[in-house]
Design a protein. Structure first.
Length: 152
């Protein structure tokens, strides 16, 4: 069984990765940082979470506000701890989907969008698996047909 791979970097796309669709193909939003935050996630953070803690660093136990992060958070898809440089992207994403300052409808839509992307990746894996089974079946049928006809 062949996993779904990104056509840009050839690495496996997992359900936790942030994806974009090019036609019917899935690829990473950022191949160097597959779990990077999407533009929509970054915009929600900038608008709703600017003035409060958005992440906790597991390495140094710091609580970090968005404005403390040393990057252009609108262009940068990942977030690092300003004290120890630990990747806070997963912590920031978790905050976003649980933040009480986001209106409930926006939080729900953000959840639905993220879940839809995860489902899309899972379905792509299932389709690849099904295609693999079909290909093996066709190969076996061709092999049987060749044996019956004497290998011609």
């Amino acid at each position: 069984m062949e996993p779904v791979t990104c056509p840009l970097c050839s690495r496996v796309i997992s359900p936790s990765d942030t994806i974009v669709c090019y036609g019917v193909r899935l690829s990473h939003l950022d191949c160097q940082r597959p779990r990077a935050l999407s533009a929509q996630e970054r915009a929600l953070l900038a608008f709703h979470c600017w003035d409060h803690v958005v992440g906790k660093c597991s390495a140094c136990a710091s609580h970090v506000r968005l404005r403390e992060i040393d990057s252009d958070f609108l262009d940068n898809c990942t977030y690092s701890c300003p004290r120890c440089s630990e990747d806070l992207t997963d912590s920031v994403r978790s905050h976003l989907y649980a933040c009480a300052t986001l209106p409930a409808t926006i939080r729900r839509r953000a959840h639905e969008t993220r879940e839809a992307a995860q489902i899309l990746v899972k379905h792509s894996h299932q389709l690849c698996d099904a295609a693999d089974v079909l290909i093996r079946g066709v190969e076996a049928a061709l092999d049987r047909s060749r044996r019956k006809s004497g290998g011609r």
